[in-house]
Design a protein around this ligand. Structure first.
Ligand SMILES: C[S@@+](CC[C@H](N)C(=O)[O-])C[C@H]1O[C@@H](n2cnc3c(N)ncnc32)[C@H](O)[C@@H]1O
Length: 220
């Protein structure tokens, strides 16, 4: 079990957040609106990524309705340390609804696989993890040469607020608080990953919601 108290608190509140958020939503309505949301995301990414049915996908930190719900024809692995809790505690989520997905109940820090993927998605997750450097390394190792890693995250755009949030820890759901250059600096330690595209999906007062697309080049 993790010794990091902030990560454990974040995960405690994460499952509570999902229970509360889904309590007033019908399963079918929720999944169809989430599919539509992912479709909108993919239309923004369509000039940089093109996914075929034969491509393998890792949904890293998948939650109960990650991008795995939009690719019923692909072979998908979906990893999240709350998967078993989601299945037990949320009426909406059942692993058996997704026959093409192999679900793994694990933090990404402990995820090791011989399989390498064509695409890795890590959406709204990287600011939740306990040891971000280990996670980035595991993601880079799990990607095929020529594959693409897509991650999205809320990024601070004010350095002072970033330091304040980082130190005071009052954003309990998100133990990691960084700016876009802060995330890119950590990713730049993986020499095989080259940033292909970065774009702001949504501007906010404190955070911008940003997408990053990396290519794996095979160089180290
Ligand atoms: C905001 S949810 C995002 C879920 C999904 N990717 C989506 O966009 O709908 C964040 C998820 O990150 C997961 N998470 C937190 N720490 C993690 C870790 N160390 N490894 C993998 N997933 C983690 C949480 O359990 C939670 O399901």
């Amino acid at each position: 079990m993790s010794k990091n108290i902030f990560w454990r608190i974040a995960q405690f509140f994460e499952i509570r957040w999902w229970k509360n958020y889904l309590s007033a939503k019908e399963k079918e309505d929720y999944y169809s609106s989430k599919k539509k949301y992912w479709d909108d995301v993919f239309s923004m990414l369509s000039d940089t990524i093109d996914i075929n049915q034969k491509d393998t996908i890792l949904d890293a930190g998948c939650g109960p309705a990650g991008i795995f719900i939009n690719f019923p024809q692909n072979k998908i692995t979906a990893v999240d340390p709350l998967l078993d809790n989601y299945e037990k505690e949320l009426n909406h989520f059942s692993k058996s609804d997704f026959k093409n997905v192999q679900f793994i109940n694990s933090p990404l820090e402990e995820y090791k696989s011989d399989e390498k993927f064509d695409f890795i998605f890590c959406l709204n997750v990287i600011n939740h993890v306990e040891r971000i450097g280990v996670v980035i390394q595991n993601l880079a190792m799990s990607l095929k040469d020529g594959g693409k890693l897509i991650f999205s995250v809320d990024c601070h755009h004010n350095n002072l607020l970033q330091k304040l949030f980082s130190t005071l820890k009052f954003d309990v759901l998100h133990p990691v608080q960084l700016t876009s250059p802060g995330y890119k600096k950590l990713f730049s330690k993986q020499k095989s990953l080259k940033l292909k595209r970065e774009f702001i999906y949504k501007n906010g007062k404190i955070f911008d919601y940003v997408f990053f697309i990396y290519d794996k080049t095979g160089e180290v």
